[in-house]
Design a protein around this ligand. Sequence first.
Ligand code: TRP
Length: 447
Amino acid sequence: MKQRENFSSKLGIIVATAGSALGLGNIYRFPCEAGANGGGAFLIVYLITALLIGTPLMISEFIIGRRSRSNPIGAFRTLSGKKSAWPVVGYLGVLCAFLILAFYTTVAGWTLGYLGKSAANHFAGQDLTQIQAQFISFTNHPWLPVACQLAFLALTAFVVARGVKDGIEKWSKILMPLLLVIMVVLCINSLTLSGAKEGLRFFFNPDFSKINGRVLISALGQSFFSLSIGMGALITYGSYIGSKDNMVSSATGVVLADTLVAVLAGIIIFPAAFTYGIQPEAGASLAFTTLPMVFQQMTGGYFFCLIFFLLLVIATLTSTISLLEVIVAALTEETHLSRPVAAIIGAAGTAVIGVLATLSFRTGSSLHIGGSTVFDLLDHMTASYFMPIGGLLIVLFVGWVMKRADAMDELTNGGTLRSGLRKVIYCIIRYLAPVAITVIFISQLVR
Ligand code: TRP
């Protein structure tokens, strides 16, 4: 059998998982969803779902991954026997990785484009209308957004082809902490803006009357998306965790860091949006108009803007790497393709749908299905259906199909770690998480 690679240290799992989790989900999608779903009301539900359901689900994926030492498809086969139907969950996960990667690389391409724009100093001295016009003309450009997307995919495939340790770990370790630092600086800057009070009120004051089925599922979907859970990405990463690593503390650390970055993004974006008169419901353009506005008025804005978009590109890259890794781990282990070939096939397959998602952003594009763009459709399908259902099946599998002794064995590293807290986590995985996910999932269906 081929020797599988492992992450080299405990820091390795935290760094790689955090690299997967931190990305456009935090900085682009979170403010977008919070803005569209009433701000504070969304934040509250988001925090509860991320901490209470997200952490146990992340741990469940690690349990399945490390126990089986396999990709999501092989993992369910190994743990449930040859004839069972559970590997279907693995196949769904791989399909989901493919669909997410397709629309994710649309926005990933924009980050590259915006990195270019910041280098060329395109935002200096521009007012809101001009910056909004830049976003529209960029997304409508005949080939630029597609070229940026393909470049991003190629970059991802290049890193994944080189393998787990050299690729994923190295990239993640270097620049994530720096992103945090620059976000704190931006946060302080936003707090000095004239719309700070109003923005913070919008973001932190929950209006409970706004909580409905749609807000619940959006918050659940966002927390799964942001934490990279519910489709097997972290089963794949879990399969590279060393047997002595503490998966409970690693998962908790990643969830806290991811939540912190999302909240920081909110504190950066909402005060600025209220200051410059950008609607919090602006959707896709929210981050890409607000942030340039912030930079162009800030002292040292050119410099901060350039570094910020550079770090955003890298944070995004560590996320696309984890998505492509799901496809590549499945292809190399389920067939006999080599890593580089699998990476190329995965990226090329993604490109086909991904380009449609990017083109669907053009004004007047006919790439609409049932009234929404291909981009929105992929986003909605994965976050509101695939990931909640995948997440539900994953916690059910660990809680009810795997033997309790095996799950506890993983949770306690063969009995060497104290088990008090871990018993509570096991109970959440077995009872609370499945019930909560089911209730939220159904609440979106009965409106
Ligand atoms: N979590 C990443 C983000 O917030 C995106 C991502 C990476 C992802 N891998 C994933 C989302 C797996 C869902 C599933 O940007």
